[in-house]
Design a protein around this ligand. Structure first.
Ligand SMILES: Nc1nc2c(ncn2[C@@H]2O[C@H](COP(=O)(O)OP(=O)(O)O)[C@@H](O)[C@H]2O)c(=O)[nH]1
Ligand SMILES: Nc1ncnc2c1ncn2[C@@H]1O[C@H](COP(=O)(O)OP(=O)(O)O)[C@@H](O)[C@H]1O
Length: 207
């Protein structure tokens, strides 16, 4: 079985990474691609569902998970804790499915150390004004939270060069097409193709 690829996707809040990942998943069968559902201590937003968008847990539950080493990575973002559960990711990758992590730069650094084979993608907004418009347009955060996220956006963006790929999410369809191209190219990497087509290659090279 060929291991699935782990994709890390980061961006300043509001740049559109969740929308891009969700749109991508609609075009891929579940046996090919899944998105990891993180644990978080932040409050649930209107329209969000427990175990669909996040596992919403208390600080105590989160701390208990850190203590039993249940996270592949975890970080504090905007004053809340976020983490990726180790168990599910390892199982899903082992079954050959690609997994997407929507995580920040701190989590990305931790994953790269543990799993150097992971691929990382950074999503940029076309401008700060547009980022601000998207955060407001989403209509889910208070003025105070939006201000906090805008203030953090530059700090997050300074990490773009640590990533393998960069997508500017100006025109959504174009950005989605870029994301699909990255995945297609990764699936065509020689190391993966060799394993998938071992028999074929042996036959073609036989005298
Ligand atoms: N390190 C880490 N960051 C996460 C995780 N889940 C979400 N994040 C990041 O936390 C930040 C805030 O996420 P969220 O509160 O959902 O806001 P949104 O990205 O603006 O919708 C984003 O940068 C996410 O990528 C996680 O499991 N680990
Ligand atoms: N290319 C785009 N053009 C215009 N609006 C966009 C684009 N991409 C995403 N959005 C909108 O911007 C808002 C923030 O997107 P979201 O995916 O929640 O961002 P993130 O997950 O990076 O915080 C949402 O309302 C989304 O519909």
């Amino acid at each position: 079985m060929v291991q699935g690829t782990l994709y890390i996707v980061s961006a300043p809040s509001g740049a559109g990474k969740s929308s891009l990942i969700q749109a991508l998943l609609k075009t891929q069968p579940l046996y090919d691609t899944q998105v990891s559902i993180s644990h978080t201590t932040r409050s649930i937003r209107p329209g969000e569902k427990h175990s669909e968008h996040y596992f919403f847990v208390s600080k105590e539950e989160f701390r208990e998970m850190i203590e039993r080493d249940a996270f592949l990575e975890h970080a504090e973002v905007f004053g809340n804790y976020y983490g990726t559960s180790r168990e599910t990711i390892e199982q899903v990758l082992a079954s050959g499915v690609d997994v997407f992590l929507d995580i920040d730069w701190q989590g990305a650094q931790q994953i790269r150390k543990k799993m150097p084979q992971a691929r990382s993608i950074f999503v940029l907004p076309p401008s700060k004004d547009e980022l601000d418009r998207r955060l407001r347009g989403r209509g889910q955060d208070s003025e105070e939270i939006i201000a906090k996220r805008m203030a953090q956006a530059v700090a997050e963006m300074t990490h773009f060069a640590e990533y393998d790929y960069l997508i500017v999410n100006d025109d959504f369809d174009l950005a989605l097409s870029d994301l699909k191209t990255i995945i297609r190219a990764e699936r065509l990497r020689l190391s993966r193709q060799r394993l998938r087509h071992d028999g074929l290659i042996t036959k073609l090279l036989a005298d």
